[in-house]
Design a protein around this ligand. Structure first.
Ligand SMILES: [Zn+2]
Length: 242
């Protein structure tokens, strides 16, 4: 089982690890990792693994499996037992952290203002998107939501994490912010890693992504574009400004 440093320490950008296995010359499992694997709408981290010889291997993609996290590197050369230093491409990761916390703020405001859950999201840079099911879309309403989001950010709320039990997770429906998710399936899949992300006293939800430490790091949320994706499905594109 790979120890997932990224779950509790979002600011860990380099770490020492031991290679546990290598498949096909380029899929590397380490005993621990700070590389975030693609998931929950957040793209995988990239970066590099440096061997003791000084040779460096580019990490181009990271994927999570039930018992491990696999790092795809650009060339063969690593083998089980080798010691490596992992270095996360921090600019890319930090942008995704800002976007991820911003997305939770938007989810939270849409939930408190409209009583709606989001049906999906995809984080990226410079633009991310959120899908919601809403019958009567109204621009003014969304201008208000954008304003509320930025008021929430301006409160400089601290973000914290804790792991909870399966029973606690299933006992609180508010922890689930994505529409159409089978809660039991999700909880079973997470096993011992059911983590709550808490944004001040504003929002708590089950989440495996990486986040900034304080909402002030987000900057400002700007809704840049809306798109119709079917009868009631609206897609909101947003960007962050400093
Ligand atoms: Zn999330």
């Amino acid at each position: 089982m790979t120890e997932k440093l990224y779950l509790m320490d979002h600011c860990c950008r380099d770490f020492d690890a031991i290679v546990v296995s290598v498949a096909d010359g380029k899929f590397v499992v380490l005993d621990k990792t700070a590389f975030y694997p693609q998931g929950g709408g957040q793209p995988s981290d990239t970066g590099r693994l440096a061997a003791e010889s000084g040779e460096e291997f580019k990490v181009v993609f990271v994927k999570k499996f039930p018992d491990s996290v696999s790092h795809e590197v650009d060339k063969p050369g690593l083998a089980a037992g080798m010691r490596v230093k992992g270095i996360v491409d921090w600019d890319r990761r930090y942008r995704h952290m800002r976007m991820h916390t911003a997305a939770h703020i938007i989810h939270g405001v849409i939930f408190s203002e409209l009583g709606l859950l989001v049906s999906g999201n995809q984080l990226g840079w410079p633009q991310s998107r959120i899908d919601i099911n809403i019958e009567n879309f109204d621009r003014e309403k969304f201008a208000k939501i954008e304003k509320k989001c930025n008021e929430t950010i301006a409160k400089n709320l601290e973000i914290s994490f804790r792991f909870i039990s399966k029973d606690e997770a299933l006992g609180n429906l508010d922890y689930f912010r994505l529409m159409g998710v089978d809660r039991h399936q999700l909880i079973d899949r997470l096993g011992d890693e059911i983590r709550i992300v808490k944004i001040g006293d504003f929002d708590e939800s089950i989440d495996g992504g990486t986040h900034v430490r304080n909402t002030r790091e987000i900057g400002k949320i700007k809704f840049v574009r809306f798109e119709n994706k079917g009868a009631a499905n609206r897609r909101i594109y947003f960007e962050l400004t400093d």
